[in-house]
Design a protein around this ligand. Structure first.
Ligand SMILES: *Cc1c(COP(=O)(O)O)cnc(C)c1O
Length: 394
């Protein structure tokens, strides 16, 4: 087992199976952030941009994320939200194929990725189309009309995982550009961007990377392409000389051009601290432990309380680091489970979702979670008006 559990603040008695949505607080983070606030912002004030290297933080932290996704040094800057990074990646991807007008995605993609694509395509001159097909039809839908294939590797609802290498290869064979969203992959499954050779990747850091609510997103651009891109979100911190205050935009050399505006220094400080937990950890070990925990969970649920139906792929190799079951009263069951201190979440329609993050979840946690879930189902503890009432955030 990975001896990392004691590095996280986990409330006594709680079993946290929602690190796929918001990772828990590392114990060291409050001091790291407090230090940034009082010693850096407090004492250094504006000098912090140089003395504390706030300006270099997006690329410094980006390199830490890069190690976990097989991205070379200097190919990943941090900043903005994932929705913005999707927009940036997709617009630059479309620029690489000006004579094609179809963006291909799948119905398992997270809605914001599709919404951002809709808005971007509406804003561009030309007759663009966003084509959305079922996940299992993706390979067949990659034709020579397609400019960009834009997919999320791990389905946020079911955990179903695309074969990054095979789909990227198919996209390239058809002359299309590949954009991967790694929201549910970074820190969850091994990713090797260098080997996959996709042009772009994006992802967020408040899920498996434990950067905290609102932690900044990342973008990766394949190094041979970076200097050819002319970013459409051309903010001043992506300019070649931000402090020359020139009237017109000239992109910075290299990956710095994917930066937009002022970096979120407090959030980056929390994230930088959280990423130190990964020093010396290999993603292959995380993956092996995550599959072991997920398989035990599936097996125990199915043998002890067969009411819920597995909607995640049964075969581990086809699944990310989460397991989902449907139940006709999934929302109420999840509310009851949360009241019993097992935190998962609910996604419409009827999906109960559980994330397995071996940094701080072990087999005892899995068994206790199953005990409580089976108890709730056997005794219909979910069947109350309180648990049926839908909250704003599910
Ligand atoms: C979590 C998630 C997002 C969230 O986007 P934000 O802009 O950070 O709110 C986007 N895309 C995918 C695939 C996600 O899983």
């Amino acid at each position: 087992m990975l001896p990392m559990k004691d590095r996280f603040h986990l409330p006594e008695g709680m079993i946290y199976l929602d690190g796929n949505s918001l990772g828990p607080l590392p114990k060291s983070t409050p001091d790291a952030v407090a230090n940034m606030l009082t010693q850096q912002w407090g004492d250094h004030l504006i000098k912090g941009w140089n003395e504390d290297d706030w300006m270099g933080q997006p690329t410094r932290v980006g390199n830490m994320v890069g190690r976990l996704i097989g991205a070379p040094e200097g190919s990943v800057p941090m900043g903005d939200t994932l929705s913005i990074k999707v927009f940036q990646a997709l617009s630059s991807a479309l620029d690489l194929r000006p004579d094609r007008h179809v963006v291909l995605s799948d119905s398992g993609n997270f809605p914001t990725d599709l919404y951002m694509a809709e808005g971007l395509l509406r804003s561009r001159a030309g007759d663009y189309e966003l084509r959305v097909v079922p996940p299992e039809d993706i390979q067949a839908a990659i034709t020579d009309e397609v400019a960009v294939v834009m997919l999320t590797q791990v389905d946020y609802r079911t955990g179903r995982m695309h074969d990054m290498a095979a789909i990227t290869q198919a996209a390239h064979a058809a002359g299309a550009v590949m954009v991967w969203d790694l929201a549910h992959s970074a820190g969850a499954v091994p990713v090797d961007l260098h080997a996959v050779q996709c042009e772009f990747a994006v992802g967020c850091t408040y899920k498996y990377l434990n950067g905290g609510p609102g932690a900044p997103a990342f973008i990766y651009v394949r190094p041979d392409l970076i200097d050819t891109l002319d970013p459409v979100l051309c903010g001043w911190l992506g300019h070649d000389a931000p402090f020359a205050f020139e009237p017109s935009y000239r992109p910075a050399p290299g990956i710095e051009r994917m930066r937009v505006g002022t970096p979120p220094v407090m959030q980056l400080t929390a994230l930088e601290d959280a990423l130190r937990i990964w020093d010396g950890i290999e993603m292959d070990d995380i993956r092996a432990a995550s599959l072991r925990l997920s398989d035990v969970f599936i097996h125990q649920i199915e043998t002890r309380c067969p009411e819920p139906t597995l909607v995640s792929p049964r075969e581990g190799a086809l699944r990310g680091s989460q397991v989902s079951f449907t139940h006709p009263e999934g929302y109420a069951v999840m509310q009851a489970l949360i009241a019993h201190d097992v935190i998962g979440d609910y996604r419409a329609p009827n999906i109960m979702r559980f994330g397995f993050t071996p940094l701080y979840i072990d087999e005892n946690d899995v068994s206790s979670a199953v005990d409580r879930l089976c108890g709730i189902l056997e005794n219909r503890l979910w069947d109350t008006p309180e648990y049926r009432a839908t909250k704003r955030v599910t």
